[in-house]
Design a protein around this ligand. Structure first.
Ligand code: AGP
Length: 579
């Protein structure tokens, strides 16, 4: 995880208004600490969020600087462990996203050569490594030797005091060069500069670049100069970027769902339709269809499996971090990888592994030109627009909309057109009663959510939302499985949310079973007695989306009642680019 941004400019930039403003756009990648260094040798860093940091430092002016927002892996959340790191002479500064796996061995070696280390991080070895190598080598030779020696993952920016130049190296962590009118950006993703330019060059693994104020050059791991293509992306959806009418991004993004799902439907009917048809064909003609994803995207994939199975297509899904342990993949396999960011390391790793075994790769991503998109044979964009809150809300919905659409093309019965209006209805009709329910549930220690079939994946997604944003232990589970053990935890007053799609009498019985043991049962149903209004008919696939929207709102209002940091919950980052 972590976000990195470097800017090199013809004239001067403001560290606060240019560099850190860009870095702030990557804060979703981690927000434990922040720091920057410039070519004059100024360095500032501190724990906490970027806005607090911006208030605490003077406004440095410089033509070249690098910055970092951290999600801690090696070493606690301290000012010392924050990036940038430097060498003993304090003339080489580095920022790093990724993990250096063999840092202990390298650290010992460097200490024996007189280098002094001051942090607990793996990343600190980078500046010392270059300091040592540059004693006898050119920078290009030093970078080649770095790529050869280092085991692990990295997107790294390096500057040297007094030299107007940024060196950038990448392996397995994302890195992109942004080409703006008067400056170059080097960043973890395009969102860092998408307000300023839509032109970008993506680094591939084991490539590096040397960037001066007026030119850049890319090299492969042997130091051969590369010719790289410039991509023009369309991504910024400016009317959705401002949070000013809402107290938090999460509630803004929940409310955006009617618009963002409509936008996706338009694109699936329009410019993405040919891709949809190709994917549908691949699904029909593959011997094995398997999904992989993490977190909310995994719960969306579970729905994908459910929809495809309903129309006679055998499909499976597996959490990306365990994919290689539990899934068989060969050249007759179609892998459908789902990821909002397109950068989740577990998903990218599983996808590369499947690709090496000859599988065809389809992906569903939100961030265009992300790593996952670039390693796919076909990639569908879910067009949810930038999602800033750590909680996946509108992106989960759009993933499910895309999967419903694909299934619909293949024969699943659903009226796709009404999805946006049904979401709108659920939000408008239920938001007030959800606030009341949040007041009742906010101090509970545990919440159980039960579902079956169509409503099982939503039960998992609701539980994840409650855990990560409202800090309540929640379990989403199969209603039928409850009586095999977990029912022992039900005490008088334990909240159990029962998701009852259509006339699912088994699900209804499961709700009754916990009610009989004193549970406080809250029902989300469309064809039976319900605590919320959901306007869809029997077994309509939309129930999956609508029940989750209720869970999103409930989570939000519980977290708000508890005064929690809703958009940036503790210990989390939106994009998980480490294993
Ligand atoms: C969702 O609310 C989570 N923050 C998280 O589980 C997320 O869905 C997961 O990390 C996967 O991310 P991706 O979709 O970008 O791959």
């Amino acid at each position: 995880m972590c976000g990195i941004v470097g800017i090199i400019n013809e004239g001067n930039i403001s560290v606060k208004n240019d560099l850190l403003k860009s870095l702030k756009r990557l804060e979703y990648r981690g927000y434990d600490s922040v720091g920057f260094a410039d070519v004059q040798g100024n360095v500032e860093k501190d724990i906490g969020e970027i806005s607090k940091f911006m208030d605490s430092i003077k406004d440095y002016k410089t033509s070249c600087a690098i910055s970092h927002t951290r999600w801690a892996t090696h070493g606690g959340v301290t000012k010392t462990n924050s990036h940038p790191h430097w060498n003993s002479k304090k003339n080489i500064f580095t920022v790093h996203n990724g993990i250096i796996e063999n840092y202990e061995e390298l650290k010992k070696e460097l200490i024996s050569k007189g280098h002094e280390f001051i942090t607990e991080t793996d990343s600190e070895i980078i500046s010392h490594f270059f300091d040592e190598e540059l004693k006898s080598k050119t920078m290009i030779e030093a970078i080649k030797s770095f790529i050869r020696r280092i085991k692990g993952t990295y997107a790294i920016l390096i500057i040297e005091k007094g030299k107007n130049r940024i060196y950038a190296i990448k392996k397995d962590s994302p890195l992109v060069l942004g080409l703006a009118k008067d400056r170059f950006y080097l960043a973890s993703d395009i969102y860092a500069f998408s307000d300023n330019t839509n032109k970008a060059i993506f680094f591939e693994d084991e490539e590096f670049a040397i960037v001066d104020p007026d030119r850049y050059s890319f090299y492969d791991l042997n130091g051969n100069e590369l010719k790289k293509s410039i991509y023009e992306f369309t991504w910024a959806i400016t009317q959705e970027e401002s949070v000013k009418d809402y107290p938090h991004y999460m509630i803004k993004e929940i409310h955006e769902q009617p618009i963002s799902s409509q936008r996706l439907l338009n694109s699936l009917d329009g410019e993405q339709h040919e891709k949809v048809a190709k994917i549908a064909n691949l699904i029909k003609n593959s011997k094995r269809v398997v999904f992989t994803a993490a977190g909310s995207s995994y719960y969306a994939s579970l729905l994908g499996v459910y929809f495809l199975n309903r129309i006679g297509i055998n499909a499976h899904t597996l959490i990306a971090s365990e994919f290689q342990n539990f899934m068989l993949v060969d050249k007759d396999t179609l892998l459908i990888a789902i990821s909002q960011s397109g950068e989740t390391m577990d998903v990218v790793t599983a996808t590369k592994w499947a690709r090496e075994r000859g599988a065809k790769i389809v992906s569903l991503v939100n961030v265009p030109h992300s790593t996952l998109q670039r390693i796919s044979d076909i990639s569908l964009e879910i067009h949810a627009g930038p999602e800033i809150s750590v909680a996946a809300t509108k992106t989960f919905t759009n993933q499910v909309v895309a999967l419903l659409y694909l299934s619909y093309i293949l024969g699943f019965s659903i009226n796709m057109k009404t999805i946006p209006e049904k979401i709108d209805y659920v939000i408008n009709e239920n938001e007030e009663s959800i606030k009341h329910l949040a007041n009742e549930l906010y101090d509970k220690k545990d919440i159980y959510i039960i579902g079956r079939g169509l409503s099982y994946p939503p039960s998992r997604e609701m539980a994840l939302k409650l855990k990560e944003i409202s800090y309540i232990h929640a379990e989403g589970m199969m209603g039928g499985e409850l009586k095999h053990g977990t029912i022992a935890l039900i005490e008088p007053g334990t909240p159990v949310i029962a998701l009852i799609p259509g006339k699912d009498f088994d699900m209804h019985s499961n709700a009754k079973e916990v009610e009989a043991r004193g549970a406080r049962v809250i029902k989300i149903a469309n064809m039976m007695e319900s605590d919320f209004k959901i306007d869809v008919t029997i077994n309509d696939g939309k129930f999956a989306i609508l029940s989750v929207v209720i869970g999103q709102l409930l989570t939000y209002y519980i977290a708000r009642k508890k005064g929690l940091p809703i958009d940036k919950p503790r210990n989390l980052a939106k994009s998980v680019t480490v294993k």
